[in-house]
Design a protein around this ligand. Structure first.
Ligand code: ADP
Length: 645
């Protein structure tokens, strides 16, 4: 495969499969005339995104010979792009005036500052090294069987599958790297998987009560009745075995649909859940690793969550990129820093995409078979979320409410699809995630989600409940925040225990303003949190009794536990708050991922997958279902577009 950043668009001239690429003027290296540096290797350390970032710069008398980022604590799979691309760009252009990687400006800026520090130590004329003329890129036109807009999980899944179905693919991504929200997600994947769930060491609390409650429901449609009957028969069969946990794809689908208040489409949910395990195995077949232990991720409702070994969503992207790297350029081309601005129509048929490069040059993309929109949701777009959803459920979705979303995820494709005739559904359904950093909305710094207490040291919600219920409950607490409490029982060594994003607990504790606290006793922890110690101690004791099975959570109704008590020092607390996280509404699609019009017919040539679609999750997206969604429907979209279904 060929990955191209905007600076390298001209290289497309060499790609025979692509038509109409025009040349560009090469950039002008700064070539500082001042010289006069003392040759040698210099080091500097500056504050980065989450901690110190160090560089080593080797110079001759008049040139930057080498730049290495020697250590950093940047956001995994996001900051890594700047760490990979910036040093090479600085050396290539002999300049600290080069552009930041789009979407990774803080890390890019830290690298530039650290390099300038080294150049200053070497006695350089900094102004001369800052001179940089960006390359002038000219308009270009390309053709492929399938054009994909958006390089998140849905776009990448679709790309691989379209190629496997014989199509050539061009994927455009507006940021300087692929990943989208998918790469900064928790990386969690729900799938019933008896091979991991039937482990006698697992102890998840009273899960039978969860199944029985679901089975007691009155059916509301023929499909619902049929699926309830299936689960009833499966559950009866399970009770005759000595299996640790009941689960099945149909139960998973019914639970997910109920968890979205039955607003989503049950048939589509069934497709997702029926294909969930196959999707997991698809990743494993591409070399991706998951932890052997099944967990109950926060907001996931049942212990069927698989956790990726690599931080956040980076494992999925490594798998995607390793797989796509095997493809020749005529099969797969990635255009980074290229923003789609609209669809090209031939009558009512979608035949391509109009895009813009970083330098403002026009990029015209023509599709032989179809266009897949995989641009994600709009949780990062304050105006849209206020327009569609602010009201009864979420009184305030304005700029003061942080988001967990990446900057590029602003709902663009939803409106391209609407303008091409597609129907939008459930646009008023927005999810807040309850376990985010109160200042940044980030989720990479979560270590544990076992026990939630308010400022008064009391529980206020069931921790195994729905994300919207937990978020609403937090908003109602003092300061609209909560503390997640855990102990050495979960993370024996803070130097090796890592957050979702792979940052060590010790680093988080050492970072001012991270919201993390540690103490040797619960009394001391309560003091640090300015909370009544007797309340916190009573809360932890009751939690421990529930884990043991000697008490029940009659107040909030929690049923599922991870089987670990909070007894061993040190004790930790982490401040958390809700952030706007996922938009459940979007483009109406059918089972082939074709975009559907108001009259029920497909928009010819247009396919959608992932968070851009609006039909699946209903009023609340279950934790751990987003990656299953982009995997299953991304693959379906890839096949459908390749075959021009
Ligand atoms: P999903 O989970 O559905 O794949 P993500 O949020 O992970 O959604 O990815 C969506 C991707 O689409 C992001 O990388 C985002 O930068 C990209 N994107 C959004 N709008 C555009 C656009 N107009 N042109 C190109 N890429 C876009």
């Amino acid at each position: 495969m060929k990955r191209l950043i905007s600076l390298a668009l001209c290289l497309l001239l060499a790609l025979g499969a692509l038509s109409g690429c025009t040349s560009s003027t090469p950039s002008t290296p700064a070539a500082p005339e001042a010289g006069g540096m003392t040759a040698g290797t210099y080091t500097a350390t500056v504050p980065g995104m989450h901690g110190p970032l160090s560089v080593e710069v080797t110079v001759t008398a008049d040139a930057i010979e080498d730049v290495q980022v020697t250590s950093h604590v940047e956001t995994p799979a996001v900051g890594d792009w700047a760490v990979e691309l910036m040093p090479a760009a600085i050396v290539e252009h002999q300049s600290t005036g080069v552009d930041a990687v789009s979407g990774v400006t803080i890390t890019s800026g830290a690298i530039l500052r650290a390099v300038e520090d080294c150049l200053t130590q070497a006695g350089a004329d900094l102004e001369a090294f800052r001179a940089y003329t960006a390359p002038v890129l000219e308009d270009a036109e390309y053709t492929a069987d399938v054009i994909i807009v958006g390089g998140g999980g849905a776009g990448m899944s679709a790309a691989i599958t379209a190629i496997e179905n014989g199509a050539s693919v061009i994927l455009v991504e507006k940021m300087g790297f692929v990943g989208g929200n998918s790469v900064v997600s928790g990386g969690i994947y729900n799938a019933p998987d008896p091979s991991k769930q039937d482990n006698p060491e697992n102890s998840f609390g009273d899960t039978d009560a969860i199944v029985e409650e679901l089975l007691a429901q009155e059916p509301v449609s023929d499909l619902h009745a049929e699926m309830l009957e299936t689960v009833r028969a499966e559950y009866e069969a399970y009770k005759k075995t000595d299996k640790v946990l009941f689960d099945s794809p149909t139960f998973f689908a019914l639970q997910s649909w109920n968890g979205g208040d039955k607003v989503g489409d049950l048939a589509m949910m069934k497709i997702m859940c029926d294909n969930s395990l196959e999707g997991l195995k698809w990743y494993e077949s591409m070399g991706m690793e998951f932890h052997p232990q099944i967990t109950l991720a926060s907001g996931s409702l049942y212990p069927r969550t698989h956790r990726a070994v690599m931080p956040n969503g980076s494992g999925y992207f490594k798998a995607f990129q390793d797989r796509l790297a095997q493809e020749p350029a005529e099969s797969y081309t990635e255009l980074l820093d290229t923003k789609a601005v609209g669809l090209i129509m031939d009558g009512d048929k979608v035949v391509g995409v109009n895009a813009e490069g970083k330098g403002g040059q026009k990029v015209t993309l023509k599709a032989n078979n179809g266009v897949i929109l995989a641009t994600g949701g709009f949780a990062g777009n304050v105006e849209l979320r206020q327009e569609y959803c602010e009201g009864e459920k979420w009184p305030d979705l304005g700029p003061n409410v942080v988001t967990s979303n990446m900057a590029g995820v602003t709902g663009d494709g939803i409106f391209f699809a609407r303008d091409a005739g597609a129907k939008l559904v459930n646009m008023d359904q927005i999810q807040l995630l309850h376990i985010c950093n109160p200042n940044t909305g980030a989720t990479y710094d979560i270590v544990s989600v076992e026990l939630f207490v308010n400022q008064e040291g009391k529980r206020f919600v069931r921790e195994d409940g729905r994300r919207d219920e937990m978020s609403k409950a937090i908003i109602a607490q003092t300061g609209s925040i909560m503390y997640s409490i855990f102990s050495a029982d979960f993370t024996p060594d803070p130097n090796t225990a890592k957050s979702l994003g792979g940052i060590t607990l010790q680093t988080l504790l050492d970072t001012p303003g991270s919201g993390y606290f540690v103490a040797d006793t619960l009394e001391e922890l309560a003091e640090k949190l300015d909370m009544p110690a007797d309340e916190l101690i009573a809360t932890v004791e009751h939690f421990n009794a529930c884990v043991e099975g000697t008490a029940e959570d009659t107040e909030f109704g929690r049923r599922a536990y991870q089987g670990k008590k909070i007894i061993t020092a040190p004790f930790y607390a982490c401040t958390r708050a809700p952030a706007v996280h996922h938009t459940m509404g979007g483009v109406l699609i059918d089972a082939d991922c074709r975009a559907i019009k108001e009259d029920g017919t497909p928009v010819p040539g247009l396919y959608c997958a992932g968070e851009i679609t609006g039909v699946l999750h209903g009023a609340n997206r279950i934790g751990g279902n987003a990656i299953v969604d982009f995997t299953v429907f991304g693959r379906i979209a890839g096949e459908s577009a390749a075959k021009a279904k």
